[in-house]
Design a protein around this ligand. Sequence first.
Ligand SMILES: Nc1ncnc2c1ncn2[C@@H]1O[C@H](COP(=O)(O)OP(=O)(O)OP(=O)(O)O)[C@@H](O)[C@H]1O
Length: 494
Amino acid sequence: MPSVSMGGLQLPTMSSLLSLYASLSAVIMIVRTILNDMIPESIRDFISRKASDFFSSYFSRDFTFLIEDHWEAVENETFRAVQAYLPTKVGPDTSCLLLGHNDNNNLLAVAQPGVSVYTRIVDHFQGMKLEWTLNEKEEKYNSTYYIPKNQWFQLRCKRSDKERVMDSYIPHICRTAEKIFYDREILSIYTYNQEESNWESTVFKHPATFETLAMEPEQKQGIIDDLDLFVRRKEYFRTVGRAWKRGYLLWGPPGTGKSTLVAAIANHLRFHVYDLQLQGVRSDFELRRVLTSTTNRSILLIEDVDCSSNSTEPRSSDEITNDDENGPDVKKRSASDKGVTLSGLLNFIDGLWSSCGDERIIIFTTNHKEKLDPALLRPGRMDVHVYMGHCTAAGFKLLAGKYLGIEDHELFKRIEDLMRKFPATPAEVAQQLMISGKPEVALDGLVEFLKGKEVDRIEKIGGEEESKSKNLWCLMRKWKNKKKKKKTPLVAEE
Ligand SMILES: Nc1ncnc2c1ncn2[C@@H]1O[C@H](COP(=O)(O)OP(=O)(O)OP(=O)(O)O)[C@@H](O)[C@H]1O
């Protein structure tokens, strides 16, 4: 290489440096072209991302936490906590905010704030500066695979604050979110969308409360006390080694207020309701996924459990054995789409999967308790069995008070007597009381309705008597025919 001598030192000339640079650039370009041709784009991306992560983690003074919407295939509770917490930290430097509500019956409902994608939110906590952004990856699908949309929060802080974020800041977020959830004014009801494989929510604004529920006062108070005790007993459940769950079985004829009681429980506890139709779930495997994606402080409602696909079908002997050992073997069925099996359901009530989540209430309703598999009724499975029966005198008085605003009336005694003879459901009574705002008219209507039940009954009995006599007549005819047939051979013989 040409060089110049300076004070005894041999230095390369400018032109030789330029030609060295040119030949190095040419070599790099050739290598790059070869690599680009030989290595697929996804692998090149991966290598460059890894290299950039490696160098930035060495030279950057920041640290990044990523909080994804799912954690080990179930909803990530930390993500949910951040989602509830961040809207409370919107400051002057926040440039964008989501607003909305899902109260589809009320256009004037107050819009709730939410974090919008890619918006930077800055929070300060114990002298630390914390920068948040919500990121999103669009769903991808083609004929062979489907990757659902996923979101994650990115939290950037100083590297030196990393430990404090983990030990103090994140627990602070979770505590704040818990309070937000606890104080929430809006309840939601979720229904499972099988097509989309997710829960869809809408605002739950059922007006029923324990006050409006027609029921025997002691029975009602018993339920309220049980619920209040349940929510206070977090530590107790931990100490005795049980999942913090409570199972209710509500049974009784249609129109006696089972669904109304569920609404009253949700309003009393301020719990969301997950309304699950077991027929809409393809397998035990799907059931597990569906149930693990429900949130804490919620009610899982399975109505008309006696009609729910395979869940009341008698179990095979091996199922019973496995179940009774508290570990039902669902593997055999999990891959198939045979619907939910009783084992799958029981496993969620008190098997190993029952420990997923806290502060959950499971409610089954049925019109026919006798049709349920005894395994479902075994002590410990459904903690509380509530019979919702026909309207009692106390129930009627409560309904009259709520619907007509009266505490007493001369027709009360007559109505109570009639109801004892001809039981009516609270739904029927409520229906009659709604007919008029005038107590006289509504109560008269109720008397007529109850008397109508007597007529119905007589007609029914009459019908039965008639069919009995028809049966008798048929028997007589058969008997006569038999006698005739018996006689015929004799005549022939003669
Ligand atoms: N115990 C009750 N107290 C107050 N209202 C009641 C009661 N029972 C029924 N009702 C009234 O009747 C309507 C129907 O009752 P609800 O749907 O709760 O009955 P259900 O027992 O769940 O019936 P089903 O078994 O058919 O689901 C309610 O909207 C409510 O207005």
